[in-house]
Design a protein around this ligand. Structure first.
Ligand code: PEP
Ligand code: MG
Length: 585
């Protein structure tokens, strides 16, 4: 008889809201032990041939998967798989493995895992997140090749065939990219951070996700049903009938609310006392526009344009970009679209600058710092955005502005591009709004200066937390310090909002907390008037707004501002949200 009987609750960190009820599916990517096997001399050639065959089949897998994902519009996933393909094509790796087989007369599996192990050891000495990510890539491709050597099918979330809640130690972006959304009801992982690309992708797919849950594979033995509450972070194993009935009702309420709120125009994102909040979508690809319409986004608050080419080896041309931006504006139809210029660098190097290693990439040549050096490509992007502004309401947003000099420098390029277009008689909106991302503490402290010389501000809390608290947003070991509920964040958001109000210029917030219902009342109470978030989270946030009063939200924000620790702020937000959940229709 199974030892796992009776209801058991574990609590984790909620990443993507929503309720799921389904049997668990343990997704294991744990390596099998590879025994050391010595092969006779006459078998060496066939071992080498076996290696090349596995390599070829692994590449075939990736190309096929890329093709599928490209058709589905998963640009981010396509970019990741491109990196894996490039690594498999690297002759150094191929030669090392062949040498190891020949020199030491070892089986292909053993020789291959020894070479990969060496790479991992070398890279793990470098604490930089870029190299830590490369280790994960090595592990990913190594798993694939070993599976082919052993004639197994690689573990894939595309193969989950019936409704389930996926439990995993950690998910890689490629696993998330492959995830079969028809069957996967939720993700529960032991580790993973809120702003990782896995989290961003899960939100884009609308899959409830809880991380940092301390479960073991044994916890799942004999468990037939699990409830995941992505709003609170609760994971309930073997729920009692009463609990199950309660959550089924909650899920139904949420579905009804989501469905109701999906019907665009039917409800406004307005508090019970009539305060209107603008809710727009963060988009990473053109294909996501359908989600915007489906979930009732009021425009695009952030188009992360860099995803257009992370899988490429060169910047897209002006014409190519113009075609995408114009189609975007036309498809969003009547709503504003804010296009952010390329934010590459940091963890988003893609294949673009494979040789551009920096010791501190997040503090290095990223976003506009890089684009101001790449002046031809920068101008081409700005020209393409300006040209698209002739077809609808378009704003341009500059990432990583650290002070007024940079804002002036990028505006000078806008002016030059405008002059060129005028000469060429190309139509554009001469008053296209220019926005400044506030994601560096120096920009917060000089928001009064910046706001005078631009048309709107957009607070990027994902980076602001990392730069204000000096915590790498992608480093899971540091995630305990990465806390958007830190009192400094509340003060900074308030400062920026006040400067916007004083200058009568709009301030939006487009970091991941915009999609976290725990933060909604606080942000509105702090005076944020526009939230931009992944489309699938729009109905949930809209529903929360419709149950708030601006008076209550302001009181909550004032009280939160008086608290001294992140823990107290987080506890307040949690309590407030749980209270609100009782009344959510
Ligand atoms: C942010 O930093 O909050 C943001 C929205 O931008 P990104 O996550 O693309 O850096
Ligand atoms: Mg950012």
């Amino acid at each position: 008889m199974s030892k796992n009987q009776g209801e058991k609750i574990l609590r984790g960190f909620p990443i993507c809201a929503g309720i799921a009820i389904a049997p668990p599916h343990f997704f294991s990517v744990v390596e099998e032990d590879i025994p050391e096997v010595t092969v006779p001399k006459e078998a060496i050639e066939s071992e080498v041939a076996r290696y090349y065959r596995a390599l070829k089949n692994s590449k075939k897998d990736l190309v096929a998967l890329q093709k599928r994902l490209r058709a589905e519009g998963g640009k981010e996933a396509v970019a990741i798989l491109h990196t894996h393909l490039e690594m498999m094509r690297d002759p150094v790796m191929t030669v090392d493995v062949e040498k190891e087989i020949r020199r030491k007369s070892k089986s292909t599996e053993y020789a291959f895992s020894t070479v990969i192990g060496e790479y991992e050891k070398r890279f793990s000495k470098i604490t930089d997140t870029f190299f830590q990510e490369r280790i994960k890539d090595f592990q990913d491709i190594s798993r694939r090749i070993i599976c082919h050597l052993r004639c197994h099918r690689p573990a894939s979330l595309a193969n989950v065939g019936s409704k389930s809640i996926v439990f995993a130690q950690e998910l890689s972006p490629s696993h998330t990219a492959e995830a079969n959304t028809e069957c996967i009801e939720a993700f529960v992982t032991r580790s993973g951070s809120d702003t990782s690309h896995v989290a961003i992708m899960a939100r884009a797919k609308g899959i409830p996700f809880i991380s940092k849950v301390e479960f073991s594979a044994e916890d799942l033995e004999g468990v037939e049903c699990v409830i995941v509450d992505g709003r609170t972070g609760d994971v309930i194993f073997n729920p009692q009938q009463q609990t199950l009935d309660h959550y089924k009702k909650e899920r139904k309420k949420l579905r009804v609310a989501t469905h109701g709120l999906r019907r665009k125009g039917e409800f406004e994102a307005q508090t019970i006392d009539g305060y209107k909040v603008r809710l727009s979508s963060n988009l990473e690809s053109f294909q996501e526009i359908d989600l915007l319409h489906q979930y009732g986004g009021e425009g695009v608050g952030l188009f992360r344009s860099e995803y257009l080419f992370l899988a490429r080896d060169a910047f897209p041309s002006e014409e190519e970009q113009f075609a995408v931006y114009k189609a975007l504006v036309e498809k969003v139809h009547g709503y504003p679209v804010v296009i952010r210029t390329f934010d590459i660098g940091g963890d988003k190097l893609g294949n673009f600058y494979p040789s551009r290693y920096e010791k501190n990439p997040y503090l290095g040549c990223r976003a506009i710092r890089l684009m101001l050096k790449e002046s031809t490509a920068f101008k081409a992007q700005i020209r393409a955005i300006l040209r698209a502004s002739a077809f609808g309401e378009v704003g341009i947003l500059f990432p990583m502005i650290s002070g007024i000099e940079e804002l002036r420098a990028v505006k000078a390029v806008v002016l030059e591009a405008q002059k060129e277009l005028t000469k060429q008689a190309e139509p554009f909106n001469p008053n296209m709004p220019v926005g400044c991302m506030i994601e560096i503490p120096s920009a917060v402290m000089t928001a009064d200066i910046l706001v005078r010389e631009c048309d709107f501000l957009s607070i990027g809390t994902n980076d602001l937390v990392q730069y204000a608290l000096a915590v790498d947003r992608g480093n899971p070991e540091m995630s305990y310090l990465y806390n958007p509920a830190h009192p400094c964040m509340l003060r900074m958001i308030k400062m920026v909002v006040q400067e916007g109000m004083r200058a009568k210029k709009p301030v939006s917030l487009c970091g991941e907390i915009a999609a976290d219902p725990h933060f909604t009342a606080l942000l509105i109470g702090l005076g944020v008037q526009e939230l931009s978030l992944a489309s699938p989270a729009l109905p949930i946030i809209k529903n929360v707004i419709r149950h708030l009063s601006i008076v209550g939200a302001t009181e909550l924000a004032d009280y939160a501002l008086s608290l001294t620790t992140s823990e107290d702020v987080a506890a307040l937000l949690k309590k407030n949200y749980e209270q609100l959940c009782k009344h959510l229709a």
